[in-house]
Write a protein that binds this ligand. Structure first.
Ligand code: HEM
Length: 444
């Protein structure tokens, strides 16, 4: 951009009501990509009456994440209502930061060391179930159960009937997260609002019993709000509800997509197994949190990055501009909702200057090739957990869960895909194999 010319005007798709755009958004996985190719890295369209600016690529995303108080958090109305007004995702400035500080205590290095042996136990339970199953097991459902157990039992300390009741309400609640927020009697949204009330009441009782529970809730004791006053229980239970939501679907999706990718690419599985053979299983209780970290298991780390790149559990996240911004040289007015199109960004690298060595080797960002992450920069901007002051709070826990599950299952079993199943991915709310990833196991 020539700085004397000032920012370029915001390109628009021409959509007005946004009904057809919204249909295309939900149905067409290449929705964002085709529009980026037509309009450039920043463009505006309308989805069901909601104007939305889409961005991809390092230049625009870096500008957005560096905008400080020029942006605030934003989520669709259905998410906003179901998570609640106190939830930290619906807060900004000091109210957001204070709640992140409080909730972040559940994900410190010391907290993860505490949780690790129990996560190892859950992995071993699943390995034993798979090893003894006499019919194909739907692995995606098992990954959901595992991710839910980690957050509900290991982190929050819930057991038995408490956890099962929470799981049932939680599935009802999740189904309406990205629905139309009209509480018509019998609608998914109305049922989800009722489930929300039950979930909050149950979480309230959990909080009262926190000192006797075995999870990490004692770590929250003494958390202060932005004025230095302890957070009320009403406030805390909304943060716990958020953790159940944020920590479960996403991690389950990444685990299912990872196992699917390995089973579809046997040479990659062989390549990974060479590294896994050098690693112990089970890890000792003291070492479990760090036994498979990127320094010790670089190939595993590359695999996780590649799965999060090609099948990101969160396809995009949002901000609203509070003043006019320039993103990658394009003027975005105040009050605009911006969607960072993670899924599209992950497969996009700006063209290298002509005549350079990089220009001579075309990047194939659509193929599954974990090795690329060991060869230096991939060319794409990879932010599956977002970045800046709203970066995912559970990143370290999610990565730990994924590493423990992959090492634990593969060291104990060889999995194979059952025949006659649809392995295509259903993309919303997070990618997952359509037929649930049916697998059979043999000893490794
Ligand atoms: C592979 C798994 C996961 C992925 C890919 C993921 C990704 C993300 C992304 C993209 C955001 C949006 C950040 C933004 O608005 O800029 C986010 C937010 C968040 N995530 Fe995760 N997440 C995962 C797992 C988890 C887990 C396990 C937890 C906790 C148990 C968690 C807790 C949160 C919270 C609390 C936020 C809100 C942060 C804020 O607004 O300040 N996530 N995550």
């Amino acid at each position: 951009m020539n700085s004397r010319q000032g920012p370029r005007p915001l390109p628009r798709t021409g959509a007005v009501g946004g009904v057809l755009e919204a249909l295309a958004f939900f149905r067409d996985p290449a929705f964002a990509q085709t529009r980026f190719e037509r309009h450039g890295e920043v463009f505006e369209t309308v989805l069901l009456g909601q104007p939305m600016v889409f961005i991809r690529g390092a230049a625009a995303i870096d500008d957005l994440l560096a905008a400080g108080d020029g942006v605030e958090g934003w989520w669709p109305e259905s998410v906003r209502q179901l998570l609640g007004s106190r939830s930290l995702v619906n807060r900004n400035g000091p109210a957001h930061r204070a709640r992140r500080r409080v909730v972040g205590q559940l994900f410190s290095a010391a907290a993860l060391r505490r949780y690790s042996p129990r996560i190892v136990g859950l992995v071993d339970e699943l390995a034993a179930e798979l090893a003894t199953a006499t019919a194909p097991v739907p692995l995606a459902a098992r990954m959901r159960r595992f991710a839910f157990a980690v957050i509900a039992t290991v982190v929050l300390g819930l057991e038995g009937p408490d956890r099962d009741a929470l799981f049932v309400d939680f599935e009802i609640w999740t189904q309406a997260l990205f629905s139309i927020p009209l509480a018509l009697p019998g609608s998914p949204f109305a049922r989800a609002l009722a489930a929300r009330r039950r979930l909050l009441a149950r979480l309230q009782r959990v909080l009262e019993r926190a000192p006797q529970l075995s999870g990490g809730l004692d770590l929250l004791a003494g958390g202060l709000d932005e004025l230095g006053v302890p957070l009320t229980d009403d406030d805390l239970v909304e943060q716990l509800l958020l953790l159940l939501f944020a920590g479960y679907e996403t991690t389950a999706s990444s685990l299912s997509c990872l196992m699917r990718a390995l089973l579809l690419h046997p040479p990659v599985e062989d390549w990974l197994r060479q590294e896994l053979q050098t690693l112990p299983w089970p890890p000792t209780a003291e070492a479990a949190a760090s036994a498979y970290d990127p320094q010790r298991a670089p190939q595993l780390n590359a695999l996780v990055q590649e799965v999060l790149r090609l099948t990101p559990p969160v396809g995009g996240f949002f901000r609203r501009t509070t003043r006019p911004l320039t993103l990658a040289g394009v003027a975005v007015p105040a009050g605009r909702v911006v969607q960072v199109a993670l899924a599209a960004s992950n497969r996009y690298a700006p063209e290298p200057p002509a005549g350079t060595a990089a220009a001579a080797t075309p990047l194939d960002l659509n193929t599954f090739r974990p090795q690329r992450h060991l060869e230096g920069a991939t060319g794409a901007t990879l932010l599956p957990f977002s970045g800046g002051e709203r970066v995912c709070l559970g990143k370290a826990l999610a990565e730990l869960e994924i590493r423990l599950m992959v090492v634990g299952l593969l060291r104990q079993l060889r999995l194979e895909l059952a025949h006659d199943q649809d392995l295509e991915l259903q993309l919303l709310p997070s990618p997952t194999p359509r037929d649930g990833l049916l697998v059979r196991a043999q000893g490794a």
